[in-house]
Ligand binder design. Structure first.
Ligand SMILES: Cc1ncc(COP(=O)(O)O)c(C=O)c1O
Length: 380
């Protein structure tokens, strides 16, 4: 844990990745790859801070992209394998994606039929996203298998033989899930898509495998993957987690700009915004952990945290602290690497947090600061 003096070296607001914590997470994936017949890609949609790719590249097998721009970033900054999947490719993007990708997965048979001839110009292997019609995810917004989902081909849409040229399947149906959900997914795939597994060479099990959460049973996941491999030894297994790679590897520093007392609680006005900088807190929704805070108990001074945009709902609560808060205090939002930096906006013209690295030698390295020009350049 950083001391107060160390924290004061960091500007506010600022996203800070912790190199030692990333190294710890990578060591878990290294073990999984060593002990299970599986290769792991970083899903850029969850985390695309390319300054950290040199740390990741030594362990992970590549990156997965969901658009041309992510594919470009993967090819330029990550190297190794580039797996691309998009819900619908634009005709003008595919010619640029083909030379960058090692694998291109299609969401529908119609898109594959339309674009298959273009693949002849590159080396990329073609895949289909399948819908395994099972997901443990309770929040509909994050559940790719809700009835009527637009994501993936259902078994009943496939003919007896796969279209010529299809060499693999992608199934993404998990989110912050455990090894038992992985096990269930595999048996569901065998049940629904068993007849086609003989016709493909690779199976990408998507993201949502939260192998770096403390209670994740890594041993069980390894056993599950080994057992599947024994049943289907010809299939190369791939995972493409985003969240799990950077789970609990960094925080967001913010500052208290104002305190507004009310009879029931005190509004804490911050220099960060939930909607602009931590949107999943409002979308999922969930209440992020703040260093040194606890849930209010009877008798506690109760604080409601207000974001810096004018959106009425840009607030979260409630929190209590051991000491009353003061203007100028710093609040540290924990676990703010995944699905934050990739989703930020400059809504209301609020300043975008800087980005930096807390290095192994306990010094801070500033990677990026944002200016008015960054805001302006997006508008024309
Ligand atoms: C196709 C696909 N692969 C991988 C991921 C990464 O998932 P996670 O960050 O939950 O591991 C996602 C997330 O939406 C996805 O849609």
């Amino acid at each position: 844990m950083l001391t107060e003096a160390q924290l004061n070296q960091i500007p506010s607001p600022c996203y800070v990745m912790e190199a030692a914590k990333l190294a710890h997470n990578l060591s878990i994936f290294e073990r999984v790859q060593n002990e299970a017949p599986v290769e792991v890609m970083l899903a850029l949609k969850g985390f695309a801070l390319f300054h950290s790719f040199p740390l990741m590249r030594s362990v992970l097998a590549g990156a997965s992209a969901s658009s041309l721009w992510e594919a470009q970033l993967a090819a330029e900054e990550f190297g190794k394998e580039v797996h691309v999947y998009a819900p619908a490719y634009r005709a003008q993007d595919l010619p640029a994606i083909v030379p960058l990708a090692t694998h291109i997965t299609f969401n529908s048979l119609t898109q594959y039929e339309r674009f298959a001839p273009l693949l002849a110009q590159g080396q990329a292997k073609a895949g289909l996203r399948i819908n395994p019609e099972y997901s443990p995810v309770q929040t509909a917004l994050y559940n790719p298998c809700v009835p009527g989902s637009r994501l993936g081909v259902r078994a009943k849409q496939l003919g007896e033989k796969l279209p010529p040229g299809i060499t693999g399947f992608l199934s993404h149906n998990l989110c912050e899930s455990d090894s038992f959900a992985l096990e269930k997914t595999l048996s569901q795939i065998e049940q629904l898509f068993g007849p086609w597994l003989e016709q493909i060479h690779w199976l990408n099990l998507g993201g949502g495998h939260l192998m770096t959460r403390q209670d994740y049973q890594v041993d069980h996941a390894i056993q599950v993957l080994q057992a599947f491999n024994q049943r289907h030894p010809h299939l190369r297994l791939i995972l493409e987690p985003g969240s799990a790679i950077v789970w609990e590897t960094g925080f967001l520093v913010s500052t208290v700009e104002d305190l507004i007392p009310t009879p029931d609680f005190t509004h804490v006005m911050l220099d960060v915004s939930f909607t602009a900088h931590m949107p999943d807190c409002l979308e999922m929704p969930y209440q992020p952990r703040i260093r040194g805070s606890h849930l209010p108990q009877t008798g506690d001074l109760c604080y409601r945290l207000g974001g810096s945009s004018c959106l009425a709902g840009d607030f979260l609560g409630d929190y209590a602290f051991a000491q009353p808060l003061q203007i100028g205090d710093r609040l540290i939002f924990e676990d703010m690497m995944h699905y934050t930096l990739v989703k930020t906006t400059m809504f209301n013209g609020v300043p975008h947090p800087a980005i930096g690295l807390w290095q192994i030698d306990n010094t801070f390295k500033l990677w990026r600061e944002f200016t008015y020009q960054d805001y302006r350049s997006r508008m024309g």
